[in-house]
Ligand binder design. Sequence first.
Ligand code: NAP
Length: 301
Amino acid sequence: MTTDPTVPLFDTLTIIGPGLIGSSILRRALDDRRIARRLIACDISPEVRARVAELGIADVIEADPVAAARDADCVILCVPVGAIAMVAAQVMPVMKPGAILSEVGSVKKTVMDAMEPLLTACPDIAFVPAHPMAGTEFSGPDAGFATLFEDRWCLLTPPENTPASAIARITALWEMMGARVRSMTVEHHDRVCAIVSHLPHLLAFTICGTADDLADETRSEVLDFAASGFRDFTRIAASDPVMWRDIFLNNREALLDMLDRFVADAQAMGNAIRTGNEDVIVSRINRGRAIRRSLIENRQA
Ligand code: NAP
């Protein structure tokens, strides 16, 4: 990690997939040139590349991941979970020895499993996966903003033999993004995210589907009179289908486990309502209120 404040953390930082997350990293790094002297953005889509150029959020724009990664000190893959290992296989063989490869996917175990042979084949590249726990329901380069990661957690899941210096540099990068950083195993990461992010999205997609399945007249009333509870679900349900398909399928085991627990708890609440068990109903609501209060205290609300 750099100790001289006039030397940037990275000389060249490459972002592959400058969508919501990738373009937010670029915007923050443009505002704070201590992060990288040169910023390269790479996307397969000509429309995304044209938009990144119009927005002026990278110094160099590349269509080819190999050209984008060759001179980089750090490459961050900001593509959907299902594309991470495929793009890694393209860039790792051309990366400089000692360079760092990172990614920001929302699921870690399946990505790590797919990465194992690549890591063995390219031992000179340090792999430091990260997951910024920040986002919105929007995607693409227009959706990003420089303060997206401020006060949010960023979870790192480095493999056991990752050089400490590479972990320190990725930690420094996310701290310069405004985030708080914590390291954990891929298994723990996937279980935590199944409950705090993946199950809530599953519920939001499902409840919107249930409302949509109701008779036409009722559905229009749902839309006319949507109270804040339903409205909050629709915001989450507006998220990108490819991204969430990949997350659900890649975190299948942990997500299904959390779903089973949720169904059991929802049935218990249903029984309490059926039998008029006021104590159970009130205690459940109070637990929810307590969790909300701690989120506010932790500045995560
Ligand atoms: P996004 O806005 O859709 O951006 C993804 C970008 O990657 C798009 O520009 C996409 O281009 C491009 N892309 C897709 N496949 C590619 C490939 N093979 N090579 C090069 N570029 C490719 O998505 P995002 O929300 O930033 O999510 C990116 C990653 O961050 C995902 O792994 C997601 O799990 C993770 N993440 C998301 C959130 C969130 O709340 N959104 C939070 C934390 C982490 P096209 O548009 O042409 O497909």
